[in-house]
Write a protein of this length. Structure first.
Length: 317
């Protein structure tokens, strides 16, 4: 027995039925049926081109793939040299964030990124790529260094979100995420961010308030995880695939929404299939984005950056 159509398939059937009825009508002058026909055909084309729920979920799986390159994998391949700076000068070094200075294609840049870790021991040390407030203070320390010396800033985003534990909250998690965003918004130097895996909620956007925001082809970027969304809407985290299909965290939809500025292609099969090729493609995307913004006046760049992020999520009639 054939499966009942759902989601986009139902919408397509409904539109096709309307289209068939309109095509069968006698066109009366001034009624505008021809315009309605064209509108319905465009809607059907758009829905037909929409990724299926399976395709969206495939992006989620690839973004979380255990062999996907992390920040240090890319740094090793993209940069001629990298000097990591540790500690927040206040409490400790949070290893979920790596930060320092690097030589990238002939120039000195400041680099900040999330790091998840490969082995179980390393994942624990790096809190699975979920930063504590100390991590954001370390990121801010490097951002200020970049601004003082005129180094462009590059950030690589890959986190399920900021660490949700009690200690992180006691240390002021929300406030330090906000301060990190504020620091990045006020930079005078060019900045480029790229989501290289998971871009989860405030933990991601804290280091993504950049002049240009990119996403790798199979990365995801959202205000909540599919599991978290499903737990809220259906009280069942196992409905994560359904949630992902609804809010579409994949790169294509983020670009359509204007959340990002461009998509960085990946090797066939995904970035995990060929780290070297993925790094080459990412370096090319970052370099191009930096060239686009580095000649702008710093005051204009700062103003445009703030205006762009303040406008996200605002709908006007």
């Amino acid at each position: 027995m054939a499966a009942e159509p759902t989601g986009p398939e139902v919408e397509q059937l409904r539109l096709r039925e309307r289209l068939a009825k309109l095509r069968g009508m006698r066109l009366l002058g001034g009624v505008g049926v021809a315009g309605e026909l064209a509108k319905l055909e465009r809607q059907i084309e758009r829905i037909s081109a929409e990724p299926s729920a399976d395709e969206v979920w495939h992006s989620v799986e690839l973004a979380r793939h255990e062999d996907r390159p992390y920040t240090l994998d890319y740094v090793e391949r993209m940069c001629d040299d990298f000097v990591e700076l540790r500690g927040d000068r206040t409490f400790e070094d949070n290893r979920a964030i790596v930060a320092g200075l690097a030589r990238f294609r002939g120039r000195t840049v400041a680099l900040v990124g999330h790091q998840k870790g490969r082995t179980l021991e390393e994942r624990y040390e790096r809190s699975f790529g979920m930063p504590y407030p100390e991590g954001y203070r370390k990121a801010m320390r490097v951002m200020e260094l970049a601004d003082r010396h005129g180094f462009p800033l590059m950030t690589l985003v890959d986190t399920p979100g900021a660490y949700p534990g009690v200690r992180a909250e006691q240390h002021g998690q929300g406030g330090w995420i906000a301060r990190c965003q504020l620091a990045m918004a006020g930079l005078g130097v060019p900045s480029v961010a790229c989501v290289i895996g998971e871009g989860g909620s405030g933990g991601a956007v804290a280091i993504a308030v950049a002049d240009r925001v990119l996403m790798q082809e199979n990365a995801i970027y959202s205000v909540i995880s599919p599991e978290g969304c499903a737990a809220i809407l259906w009280r069942d985290a196992s409905e994560a695939k359904k949630a992902a299909a609804a809010f579409k965290p994949d790169a294509r939809h983020c670009l359509e929404l204007g959340v990002i500025d461009g998509i960085v292609p990946e090797p066939e099969g995904g970035a995990h299939a060929d780290h070297d090729a993925a790094a080459t493609l990412l370096a090319e995307g970052l370099e191009l984005a930096l060239h686009e913004v580095e000649d702008e006046d710093p005051a204009v760049r700062r103003s445009d950056r703030r205006a762009r992020f303040r406008a996200l999520g605002v709908f006007t009639g």
